[in-house]
Design a protein around this ligand. Sequence first.
Ligand code: GLN
Length: 539
Amino acid sequence: MNTKYIFVTGGVVSSLGKGIISSSLARLLLSRGYRVTIQKFDPYINIDPGTLNPYEHGECYVTDDGHEADLDLGHYERFTDIRTSRANNVTTGRIYQTVIDKERRGDYLGKTVQIIPHITDEIKRNVKLLGKTGDYDFVITEIGGTVGDIESTPFLEAVRQLKWELGRDALFIHLTYVPYLHAAKELKTKPTQHSVKLLQSVGIQPDILVLRTEKEIPASMLRKVGQFCNVAPEAVIQSLDQPTIYQVPLRMHEQHLDDIVIRLTDADPTPRPDLTRWNNYLHKLSTAEKVVTIGLVGKYVELQDAYKSISESLMQSATHLDHKVKVVYIHSEKLTEENVEERLKDMDGVVIAPGFGQRGIEGKFVALKWCREHDVPTFGICLGMQCMVIEFARNVMGLADANSTEMDTKTPHNVIDLMEEQKSISNMGGTMRLGAYKCRLRPGSKVAEAYGDTEIMERHRHRFEFNEDYRTRFEEAGMQCVGENPETHLVEVVEIPGKRWFIGTQYHPEYRSTVLHPNPIFLSFVKAAIAYSDEKASK
Ligand code: GLN
């Protein structure tokens, strides 16, 4: 069958969860046996979110092929187990950059370069890129922003044109919000009607409406919305707030979202989706009673989206191990020798978060020293691993001023140093060591045991590395370098054997942890935290 293109737009307000609806639809279509991918268009001018502060845009997600991507790609992968790539996340900045590069090369042969058709053609090319591979039955394209935004206009124009080219191979889903007015005790559909009018005014007629709501919308009201908006009554679906986002595929399936998409695009019919494993996971999630408490030490505690993939990974693993996870966000800037005991004593495990720069770094050392000395299961990720190395150098090896040259260029003991290949780089965007690399694990190490393998692939995002010159001294002092890149010998994993669980990874395992396949190292860490919790309880 032809590749089908599903466009997901949003209206009324932002943050409605277009990513979750797109992921849920993808989950349902995959579970019916279709081949599916999801892509996101972001209307901002940045080439990618790699240079964005987490306060602006939450976590920066990284794909296997080393693209720094919007955090929605994390949802796509966690829901579906598909692997996304650079082609799955395109920004206005990238579209314009390509067009401007072409103009400079003279590709437009003297023509005036304009938003229509040049920018819109480039957008269309990017939509069809994934479909053209022949690898997908469905390409779901989420258009960031809200209908009516100046920034999203070229994207809407491009997909309007695509509908003309693709006919029934293209379909529009519009997500809106139905507010509940407490004073009037009423749900209000007017914003939805306005939002659809706005979409119609740019020439797009939605085929399916998904209405986000905090209160059940009566069938009569759904019908009314359909009538006002030219949408078949059965294609007006509600998305009531759920206890967890992972329930959303089920709620969508109950209202036949997948059936409607298949019917409206004339896709080859398939059996009902097999959601057994998904339901098993949800069952565990809702029935788990025992709680495992994990402290997450970082500097963005007020902004939990900054650590989205980590908290999701912890939850996935805890659920598979029949536990609920309580993630306690601990502000690294506020941790001191005086309060560390108070803040960490109830933790069954501690994660030291990734990050950049000096802010909050001393608090990470304080946490690590306390965890190491009290033998609490501890997991350092990227900067967290680098901090593990520095703390060990300072307090165990007696290298008082050991540091990373990221924090102190003049440190006498640069146990973490800028990677050789980074030394000549001055541009910030897309220049880190990014994406999936092989890592060889030492047989017999805890980390090899966790993966059940000695060769793994994990994703990276860093400029600094463990300084090879110190390797022997660390190993003699008790911190083992148990994972390394087979080609460059770059140290990727450190471990203190004999501890309950004290491991740091230069890579980010959270980017490869999904609902149905939690990352083995997270499973191993959470298992150790549960064992520690049980051990404390039995004392
Ligand atoms: N700032 C450190 C580096 O660049 C760690 C990066 C991270 O935690 N992602 O190497």
